[in-house]
Design a protein around this ligand. Structure first.
Ligand code: PHE
Length: 370
């Protein structure tokens, strides 16, 4: 962390507080930028109706990074230098948040990722990034959740791993899953890799098929995973696929067309959760957005905006360092996806859910507490 004296500390001078969202509004992961933005906006509208914060209206400035880390860095710099944002929100993907985090840090602008689960986002080597926070669980936990579910609930003992080698999230999560699954007594009998955007996965799948695993762990993002599932079925493979929060998107089902039935993935929330906070949020979101159901990123976006407001209210002034201190001091703040207090590495301790896929739709299967 630079000493406060080295970077320019900026504060809010006008009559509004600007928040900056960096997200993938176009490209292969476009649903993530879109639903996250809807979640942020719903919370902002509610807050502005209540009079804003410290007498100022909240405004959201959203920039598209096209799903590319380089563009996320460009957008972050623009939001900091031109738009003078008070807090940066985003990204979903860890590879993009990793491009944003050093810029937040060096410019003393707090950043909260609502959905990046790779540990390195908030921790650079052994050092916690002082301006960077997240409101979702991290991959060592998400990997453990699926390893346990696979071993204990599905009672499966032989798994193949198919990972996206160009993606920090996919590489990390594969490792965390593998470590835990082996510790529980399971075997990883095949390992194959791909790169996001590949169209043909048949060589890797054919090689996996010869080993005959009981399931295939594919911690990729939804477009790739859906194509992988279809090609696996074309090759006559009947095994369930297993995955993580990269699967979260309505598009997963549109592309998979049923090929993922019988598969499972870990995520941040379930729309089937009967608890009143979840159901009230879903009702508000549906009313605001033409009946559409919030996905995990919309929900985490809404939660993160609300946590940001709470910190802005408590901050002793609206400078970056003061807002940072207030975010760090967040204690048991109740949100739709649980309750948030930050640990020493700026990660919350939260439960995960496992969703199963039936008839080309996801259904709640289990909640796993830390
Ligand atoms: N939580 C994931 C991450 O941190 C979301 C994601 C999955 C992004 C797969 C890209 C690909 O990166």
């Amino acid at each position: 962390t630079p000493a406060t004296g080295e970077a320019k500390v900026s504060t809010v001078t006008g009559d509004k507080i600007v928040l900056g969202h960096v997200g993938s509004l176009t490209g292969n992961e476009a649903t993530w930028g879109d639903t996250s933005d809807k979640g942020f906006k719903l919370a902002i509208e509610e807050q502005n109706k209540k009079g804003g914060i410290k007498g100022k209206k909240i405004e959201l400035k959203t920039l598209d990074d096209q799903g590319k880390p380089e563009e996320a860095a460009v957008a972050t710099t623009r939001l900091i230098t031109q738009d003078k944002v008070s807090v940066l929100l985003g990204e979903v993907a860890s590879s993009r948040s990793l491009a944003m985090a050093p810029l937040a840090e060096s410019n003393l602008v707090p950043m909260i990722s609502h959905a990046s689960t790779n540990p390195r986002v908030t921790k650079d080597g052994s050092k916690t990034r002082s301006y960077v926070f997240r409101t979702c669980f991290i991959d060592p936990f998400q990997g453990t959740v699926m390893a346990k579910f696979t071993h204990e609930n599905l009672k499966i003992t032989k798994v193949a791993v198919l990972k996206d080698v160009g993606n920090d999230y996919s590489v990390g999560l594969s490792q965390f899953f593998t470590d835990k699954y082996k510790a529980l007594g399971g075997s990883i009998i095949a390992e194959q890799s791909f790169k996001a955007g590949d169209q043909d996965f048949k060589a890797q799948l054919t090689s996996i098929k010869t080993k005959n695993p009981d399931a295939i762990y594919v911690p990729g993002y939804y477009t790739d995973v859906a194509l992988i599932a279809r090609q696996a079925r074309e090759l006559g493979m009947k095994q369930p696929l297993l995955g993580g929060d990269g699967w979260v998107s309505e598009k997963l089902f549109e592309i998979a067309k049923g090929a993922l039935d019988g598969s499972y993935f870990s995520s941040h929330y379930s729309e089937d959760d009967p608890s009143p906070v979840v159901q009230e949020f879903i009702a508000k979101y549906k009313a605001a957005y033409n009946g559409s159901i919030p996905d995990a990123y919309a929900t985490l976006g809404y939660d993160t905006a609300r946590l940001t407001f709470d910190a802005l209210e408590r901050a002793k002034d609206l400078s970056g360092p003061s807002i940072r201190d207030a975010i760090e001091a967040t204690k048991d703040f109740k949100v739709v996806t649980g309750s948030i207090s930050f640990d020493a590495d700026h990660n919350p301790v939260k439960s995960a859910v496992v969703l199963g896929i039936e008839k080309n739709k996801s259904k709640f299967a289990a909640t796993v507490a830390p």
